[in-house]
Write a protein that binds this ligand. Sequence first.
Ligand code: UFG
Length: 317
Amino acid sequence: MRVLVTGGTGYIGSTAVEILSKKGFEISILDDCSTGHADSVPTGVRFIQGSLLNKSDIATALHDVDAVMHFAGKSLVGESVEKPDLYHLVNVNGTRNLLDEMKNATVTKIVFSSSAATYGEPDVIPIPESASTNPTNPYGATKLAIDTMISRESQEQGISAASLRYFNVAGALKSDRGWLAERHNPETHLIPNVLRSTHANPVKIFGNDWPTADGTCIRDYVHVIDLIDAHIKALDSLTVGVHEIYNLGSGDGYSVRQVVAAAALAIGYEIPTIDSPRRAGDPAILIADINKAKVHLGWTPTRGINEMVADTLASFA
Ligand code: UFG
């Protein structure tokens, strides 16, 4: 089976390419490398350096493909607030082009990287897939618009689809070519920032007055290897004309201070931190209800916060 991995040179996409290749899938990658890294592409993998905004690039990438894993897109909440039109263009219009070209190429299977950001401020914790969707930033709004588009496409065109709503993805995977890990510039994510904290440049703790036990935000962290395992299970379970939505997290929450403590344990000394104002758009608590993925996909995440921290630390070496 040949899978087109859009965004296959990014942090999560490159991890998918590595795991799928090792499992014997044939891979094509479509990536414009705007945030990804071409040096992550394994030898023997078909790589089209091109854009979702260019239909002929998509058509080329879809050659001989049986299914699509669609990771490509803009993914920073803060940037989306500053550049909502760019997020709409790349994420929504780019996915519209992909779906149109899939129809032309009669490719009918898609697994899409959606986000917990589609829910916004949750009414209920842990958050089930049936929770109301009120995104609080343009990034989440684009992911919700795409989920809606895919639902319509599956009803009208009979495509088989799964949207996987990621909570906080972390950790890294060691490949023959070195570690596949977060290489964002600037880095905004908590775990890499905590591990890079120095006395000269301490990690900022965004808010110490949230309504949580230690006053810092709580998030649900899932290891990138477990996340890709869920993608493969979702691909296996696709049903004609059905669009399923699954939350992917661990089902557990860690506060920012608990993540700092886990990192201190891994690194062997106290992490310098500085209490800072709340970050705009952050909800206090996000924890996934992952029961649907457990039951329907037979998926259970197996790697905890300590492994995510340890792998991220090892990837820096
Ligand atoms: N945080 C800090 N200091 C930092 C970085 C983060 O205190 O230097 C805090 C944040 O305020 C938040 C938590 O750590 O409370 C996690 O922040 P991240 O930036 O690592 O992740 P987010 O929860 O903001 O975002 C993640 C994904 C998004 C997705 C969102 C879903 O990166 O793509 O989860 O809610 F939209």
